[in-house]
Design a protein around this ligand. Structure first.
Ligand SMILES: *[C@@H]1O[C@H](CO)[C@@H](O)[C@H](O)[C@H]1NC(C)=O
Length: 418
């Protein structure tokens, strides 16, 4: 009897689940108002706001970057804050002549935006996502080879829109590493560790993107309910990790039958949320889900998920990343920036991109703002609450609800990993 009811309940969820990827499937759009006969996708009013439209563009770059990074690390965790890399690239485009500028703008999907003041809008985007209540630290920097004379016509707009000044290297690797470490510490309030890696002597243009996030859930977890539980690395192997749980969690949920995945969303303070993609079957192959990730798809999900009560378990997480994303960018139609780009708006000397570095830290634990879950208007309280156990490989997306910006993305194959 219980089984039957549970099946019916799951069936009802299946029926309601409408988080299919409609982006890029024009047959589902409304008829073209111009009467040319070609069906067009009706744009979500959310994307009519210039800052949201820009956030969608740079986030789509972010999902592309994530896919490339993830395919390079099929058996390890991936942690990425693509926004900090996008910001560095967008800032760099201020120094690019037309041919090179359009290479960068295409990668960032700016060619699909009708906005004469991209950099001014970017300033608004950064101001929104780094507001103190968001608990996100994110910073980007352009570092240039030693003795370079740079044009003030590049520095002024860079400072105006991106709040950053380019840094010229001294040529002494120890001094330069120390200075960069000091900058990272200052930007992240000491939350991202100092690098001990030697600086390359071959730097012409180095882009640096750093980010740190640790924010409270809207509803805190009871730490007395946290205990060591099994996490399935794959169908056969398990590891014991600290798992938080809430037997009466209020979760936004949908079962995506195309992706064969259970999508859950938990709110954080400061108009932020984390969306989880949990395959129905235990697998390390998350390709199908990864391929569907776009700003438009995530926006659809955010709209379509239904509030449910769930028995929730979720591993405590503390991840960090330090490394280059240079190779990833080279695979993203940005190779020409590393060959013979035109950055003559920065300096008279021919310079080119040589490295793109990313440092990131990300953490969640039981901390939350409130204890009493406040069910939303759509809330339903089934006799048999849903089970949502993040005890096998999953993907998470940290998203700013105000602008839709992708702030962090992670592939968790083993919660013990860094
Ligand atoms: C992962 O899954 C995708 C589609 O679901 C498939 O095309 C691909 O071959 C799989 N990759 C591996 C390594 O099994």
């Amino acid at each position: 009897m219980q089984v039957l009811v549970l099946l019916l309940w799951m069936g009802a969820l299946l029926g309601h689940s409408s988080c299919q990827n409609t982006a890029g499937s024009p047959e589902e759009g409304s008829p073209d108002p111009d009467g040319t006969g070609a069906p067009v996708e009706e744009e979500d009013p959310f994307f009519k706001v210039p800052v949201n439209k820009l956030a969608a563009a740079v986030s789509n770059f972010g999902y592309d970057l994530y896919r490339v990074r993830s395919s390079m690390s099929p058996t390890t965790n991936v942690l990425l804050s693509p926004l900090s890399v996008a910001t560095a690239l967008s800032a760099l485009s201020l120094g690019a002549e037309q041919r090179t500028e359009s290479v960068i703008h295409r990668a960032l999907y700016y060619d699909l935006i009708n906005n004469p003041d991209i950099h001014g809008t970017y300033k608004d985007l950064l101001a929104t996502v780094t507001a103190p209540q968001k608990n996100l630290k994110s910073a980007s920097r352009i570092v240039l080879e030693k003795k370079l004379r740079i044009k003030s016509s590049f520095v002024a707009p860079l400072e105006k829109s991106y709040g950053t000044r380019p840094r010229i290297l001294t040529g002494n690797p120890r001094v330069d590493l120390q200075e960069i470490n000091g900058w990272v510490q200052a930007q992240t309030k000491g939350k991202v560790a100092r690098s001990t890696k030697e600086m390359s002597g071959e730097i012409s243009i180095l882009l640096l993107g750093v980010a740190y996030f640790k924010g409270p859930w809207l509803t805190k977890f009871d730490s007395r309910k946290t205990s060591l539980k099994d996490f399935y690395l794959d169908e056969e192997r398990t590891v014991r990790v600290p798992m938080m749980s809430d037997p009466q969690a209020i979760l936004r949920y949908g079962l995506d039958s195309d992706l064969n995945c259970k999508i859950g969303q938990l709110p954080l303070t400061g108009s932020m949320s984390i969306i989880f993609f949990l395959p129905v079957k235990v697998t390390q192959n998350l390709t199908l889900i990864e391929e569907s990730l776009t700003s438009e798809f995530i926006q659809d999900i955010d709209r379509e998920l239904k509030t449910v009560q769930a028995v929730l378990t979720i591993p405590k997480l503390k991840l960090s990343y330090e490394g280059e994303v240079t190779k990833s960018l080279q695979e993203m139609k940005l190779q020409s920036l590393f060959d013979s780009p035109d950055f003559s708006k920065i300096t008279g000397k021919p310079i080119k991109l040589t490295q793109v570095e990313h440092r990131a830290g990300f953490e969640w634990n039981e901390d939350g703002a409130g204890t009493t879950p406040s069910p939303g208007p759509q809330s339903s309280h089934p006799a048999f609450p849903l089970d949502y156990h993040l005890n096998q490989p999953f993907i998470f997306v940290l998203r700013d609800t105000d602008t839709g910006a992708l702030l962090f993305i992670g592939k968790i194959l083993d919660p013990r990993g860094t």
